[in-house]
Design a protein around this ligand. Structure first.
Ligand code: HEC
Ligand code: HEC
Length: 338
């Protein structure tokens, strides 16, 4: 079909080519702008590592963001930064040293984002666009299976109408990094945090004391801080106060409005709170039960990989044993005063 000019197409009620082309991700990763030359990430992109990473079956990850030249992030709303149109973010997944998948989020309009995932070839020279429906159950190393989520699944975590970055935000890039964070990825050379974003004029409108009072999970001890940080990254994409799942009142999202440790939603909506989900064979359960941690539905669902009960329901085929061990210890040791 021939291309129509935007004005003509709009008058005819058709989709103009420009809009259609923009809503389609390129066929190959090498065409997305990630690399300056074969295998060399463009040095103009900013590498970053969120302090609380998402668990993906133990995959190693690298992430980069591209902000269009001369543009900056609008950070007035600390809990939901506005990114300039043209922003692109990539996340590379490696299993046993081999690149398997690279995901792309690309802001193409004030409310429009392109989601894509690319599967790496055997020779590790380039990666090709994965169909919208994703790819299930790839064997990425002997005995290790990995599924690439569908684009609908991407949006269950990153948002529908309003899309959000989950690892590139004020808490994740805070200069006050949690030394106990699970699966912590050390900051490599050149990786940006709030400090560099402010210094380079890439974050505008943020409160003046952002660097002297950087965002952090409020907690009365390091184990609680680490537990709530983990749950914020791994669970708050679906369980959040501003977009609640009907009838659940379950919220793991840290926001800048929290001013006291007891008010962190991850604690307030879970500890000794009754669960609508029941552990098979149990008449009633609490989400987090310090008196009997094994009967906490939150831990039960995190440990499960049965499709009907596993949490998160998407994105991993193995339960995160390190996180479960930390959370079980933490719940068992919570003081009765909590
Ligand atoms: C289970 C929830 C979940 C699903 C499903 C998911 N993501 Fe994410 N994604 C996250 C979280 C949480 C982070 C931040 C933590 C991290 O990077 O480890 C993230 C980070 C990213 C990043 C880096 C930018 C950012 O937001 O920090 C990209 C790019 C990305 N995801 C793309 C995708 C694409 C494309 C898909 C679908 C193929 C997808 N994601 C599916 C939860 C999810
Ligand atoms: C991709 C979206 C998504 C993510 C991410 C997610 N959940 Fe859920 N969760 C749901 C949905 C949908 C329900 C309601 C349906 C159900 O119970 O299966 C739910 C229900 C629950 C319930 C039952 C609450 C009750 O009182 O009945 C618990 C507990 C829970 N999730 C814990 C978690 C934890 C812990 C994480 C992170 C480790 C997590 N979820 C991540 C979508 C998600």
């Amino acid at each position: 079909m021939r291309c129509l000019l935007v004005a003509v197409a709009t008058a005819l009620g058709l989709t103009p080519c420009a809009a259609r082309a923009l809503s389609q991700p390129p066929a190959r990763l090498s065409q997305t702008g990630l690399y300056a030359s074969q295998g060399q990430v463009d040095p103009g992109h900013l590498a970053f590592a969120p302090q609380y990473p998402l668990w993906t079956d133990g995959a190693a990850k690298s992430r980069w963001i591209h902000l269009p030249a001369g543009e900056a992030i609008q950070g007035r709303d600390e809990d939901s930064w506005a990114l300039p149109v043209g922003t692109k973010v990539w996340k590379e997944f490696r299993f046993q040293g081999r690149k398997v998948e690279t995901r792309l989020l690309w802001k193409t309009g004030p409310q429009a984002w392109v989601f894509a995932s690319y599967l790496w070839n055997e020779a590790q020279t380039d990666a090709t666009l994965v169909p919208e429906t994703g790819l299930a159950d790839l064997e990425v190393a002997p005995g290790l299976r990995h599924s690439i989520p569908s684009r609908t699944d991407c949006r269950s975590c990153h948002g529908q109408a309003s899309v959000e970055l989950l690892g590139f935000n004020a808490l994740q890039l805070s200069t006050d990094r949690d030394p106990g964070a699970l699966h912590a990825e050390p900051l490599g050379p050149g990786m940006v945090t709030l400090k560099e974003l402010v210094a380079r004029g890439l974050l505008r409108g943020a409160r003046p004391d952002l660097l002297s009072r950087p965002p952090r999970i409020l907690a009365d001890g390091p184990a609680t801080r680490t537990a709530l940080g983990y749950l914020a990254a791994n669970c708050a994409s679906c369980h959040r106060g501003d977009r609640p799942l009907p009838g659940l009142d379950l919220d793991f999202r840290h926001t800048s409005r929290v001013t006291a440790a007891a008010d962190e939603p991850g604690l307030r909506t879970t500890l000794r709170r009754p669960s609508t989900y029941l552990i098979p064979g149990e008449p009633a359960s609490l989400r987090l039960d310090p008196a009997d941690p094994g009967r906490s539905t939150l831990l039960h669902r995190m440990a499960s990989r049965r499709p009907a009960s596993q949490m998160p329901p998407l994105g991993s085929s193995l339960a995160d044993q390190e996180a479960l061990a930390h959370l079980r210890r933490w719940v068992a040791n919570l003081a009765p005063s909590h």
